[in-house]
Ligand binder design. Structure first.
Ligand SMILES: Nc1ncnc2c1ncn2[C@@H]1O[C@H](COP(=O)(O)OP(=O)(O)O)[C@@H](O)[C@H]1O
Ligand SMILES: [Mg+2]
Ligand SMILES: [Zn+2]
Length: 257
């Protein structure tokens, strides 16, 4: 019951039959005497309302935390920003960058610089503010058991014979297109053909389609890669490589080498 409902006076238009309800009572919480309709004094009603609001806030926080744990692999949950191996530019970026419509980020550079850590720190800030975020590995490195969190694996499994698997994969792809901020990690780490070095048609199309869709609709993305631009371009093939790279360079703030 809300504070208002507990303490609001009887409407003046209420039936005179209700007037006798307004009598001296003892507050059920603190034992003070009061004159009212309900057995709760104003102070105690306020305390109850505060507890209710606080309980709801804690429950929401718990849900948010468990959603974050489902999204962020354990390795990236705790980052010490004073760690000597992390690129100093990334630390400054984590402190300052804010996503906005049409403002995306491309984190590049060699392995071990902290790109993925920085990306998760930014994503968590947006998640904590209550907006929908999602994170996919471009290949399948974050999948474990039935947990699916890779673009290439979702593409592969979206037509799986088990409808639950197919549905999970379709849900991954849908979230990646629609969330308010997407992290796509390790672009260039998807499995490519040993002969041509190119992605499969399905993965190339999904990667191109997802990035293009988000950029065209000004839906922010954080991408990380340690593959040079020429490698990314080659992996996507002649039709998609050059346009995608151009679009990325047009739309993203590029951080790193
Ligand atoms: N708890 C920690 N806090 C900060 N940095 C860490 C921590 N544990 C390991 N590292 C460093 O983080 C780096 C890897 O971060 P990561 O984001 O995976 O890099 P990248 O994505 O650029 O390859 C490594 O250099 C490692 O030494
Ligand atoms: Mg990484
Ligand atoms: Zn009371």
């Amino acid at each position: 019951m809300t504070f208002d409902a507990l303490t609001s006076p009887l409407p003046m238009t209420s039936s005179p039959d209700l007037r006798p309800l307004l009598r001296e009572r003892v507050c059920v919480d603190c034992g003070c005497t009061l004159t009212g309709v309900l057995g709760l004094c104003g102070d105690c009603a306020e305390v109850r309302q505060w507890r209710e609001v606080e309980g709801r806030r804690l429950a929401e926080q718990k849900v948010r935390q468990s959603r974050w744990q489902a999204l962020c692999p354990p390795l990236y949950r705790h980052t010490d920003w004073a760690h000597a191996d992390l690129a100093p530019g990334l630390v400054a970026l984590v402190q300052s960058w804010q996503p906005a419509p049409g403002r995306s980020l491309l984190l590049t550079g060699g392995t071990g610089l902290g790109k993925t850590r920085a990306a998760f720190a930014l994503l968590q800030r947006v998640h904590d503010s209550g907006r929908s975020v999602y994170a996919l590995h471009a290949g399948d490195a974050w999948d474990h058991g039935s947990h699916l969190q890779g673009l290439a694996s979702a593409v592969r499994l979206q037509y799986h014979e088990d409808p639950r698997v197919a549905q999970t994969a379709a849900h991954c792809l849908h979230r990646a297109r629609t969330c308010s901020l997407l992290l796509l990690d390790d672009v260039g780490k998807e499995r490519a053909s040993g002969q041509t070095g190119q992605l499969s048609e399905a993965v190339g199309e999904a990667l191109f389609g997802l990035i293009e869709h988000r950029l065209v609709h000004a839906l922010p993305l954080i991408l990380t890669t340690n593959a040079p631009g020429a490698t990314l371009q080659h992996r996507l093939g002649p039709d998609r490589g050059a346009p995608l790279l151009r679009r990325l360079l047009e739309s993203c703030t590029v951080v790193g080498g």
